[in-house]
Each structure stands twice: as structure tokens, then as C-alpha cells.
Design a protein around this ligand. Structure first.
Ligand code: FES
Length: 150
């Protein structure tokens, strides 16, 4: 996206008295992540210290400062999923993708994250893959899904 379009989104939202978080959410929706130079523009346009803007992006896990892979794999390791074996799924995923949680494969095909409750504890262990809940996950199930997306 051109920088002018980014400026316009920020200007329009600031004019409408939108807060910092909705502006960050909108720009992340548009760009897929929040580049540092965009955070600097937001800081200037909103007359906020850069450290404050940056601090919000690191405080809330919904924000990402790195480009995301084509496929987003989020495995739950919350209490219900943990007691039902989520660790095995996490290990299988890390091994197959060759990355650790929070990382993206070099070919930008996969970003892998561990989250702590997807609100579907009755279906644990669960995953969210490209925004869709996958219930009752097993290592063989996650490996099959990764193969299909590869
Ligand atoms: S703990 Fe995994 S969905 Fe709630």
C-alpha cells in the first residue's frame, strides 16, 4: 500500500477522534502487520510519544510487528487444551515447520503461534488455522493440515 493511503487512513481516523487501538487494528488489517515506520507516522499524526505507540503494540498480543506468513497456525495451550495433550501438537508442528512459536517460515508460507484459550475448551485441544477453529487436534491431524496447506 502506498504511504499516501496510509496517511489518509490515519488522518481520517484521527479526524473522527478514533483512538490509538482502532487505528492500529485498521492498519494491521490493511497491511497484515505494523511496520515500524507506520508506527512513527501514527505517533506524529496523533502527537503521541513513539514509545507509547510502540508500547501498545507490544502489550496487546493481537498486534504483530513482523509480516505474517500466508497461513496462520495458532495452537492453544490454555489449561483445558494443555491437560488434553496440546504439547504433543505443538512439538509436532514445530518439528514439521522447522520453526519455534512466534516465528514464520523462511518461504513465508506459515506463521506459528501458541495462544492461551480460543474459547472452545469443550473441543480441546484446539487450534485456529487461518481463522477457523479445528477441534480435537492430534499430531497426525495437524501434520495433515500442514501438508495440505504446503
Ligand atoms: S484452553 Fe484451549 S480453547 Fe480454551
Amino acid at each position: 500500500m502506498e504511504i499516501e493511503k496510509i496517511y489518509k487512513i490515519i488522518d481520517d481516523m484521527v479526524d473522527n477522534n478514533e483512538g490509538l487501538i482502532p487505528i492500529l487494528q485498521k492498519l494491521q488489517d490493511e497491511l497484515g502487520y505494523l511496520p515500524i515506520n507506520v508506527l512513527k507516522v501514527i505517533s506524529e499524526k496523533m502527537h503521541l510519544p513513539y514509545q507509547q505507540v510502540f508500547g501498545v503494540t507490544t502489550f496487546y498480543s493481537q498486534f504483530r510487528l513482523e509480516p505474517q506468513g500466508k497461513n496462520l497456525i495458532q495452537l492453544c495451550d490454555g489449561t483445558a487444551c494443555h491437560v488434553r495433550g496440546s504439547k504433543k501438537n505443538i512439538r509436532a508442528t514445530e518439528k514439521r515447520l522447522g520453526i519455534k512459536r512466534g516465528e514464520t517460515t523462511e518461504d513465508m508460507k506459515f506463521t506459528f503461534e501458541v495462544v492461551y484459550c480460543l474459547g472452545s475448551c469443550a473441543l480441546s485441544p484446539t487450534a485456529m488455522i487461518n481463522k477457523k477453529i479445528v477441534p480435537k487436534l492430534t499430531p497426525s491431524k495437524i501434520l495433515k493440515i500442514i501438508d495440505e496447506l504446503s
